[in-house]
Design a binder for this molecule. Sequence first.
Ligand SMILES: [Zn+2]
Ligand SMILES: [Zn+2]
Length: 52
Amino acid sequence: MKETLLWDERKCRVCGCTDLDCSGCIEKTGEPCYWVEEDLCSACADQIGTPD
Ligand SMILES: [Zn+2]
Ligand SMILES: [Zn+2]
């Protein structure tokens, strides 16, 4: 069985923002984040970087 997250249940593992509450990211980056991983938003991906 594949684990699937519903869109409205997504939550960033770093900053804890969701699609419904992304004000923290907007304060930090000036724009709403998008999802770069299932539980990592673009605002935090910029901070921690992405291993290759
Ligand atoms: Zn985040
Ligand atoms: Zn966000």
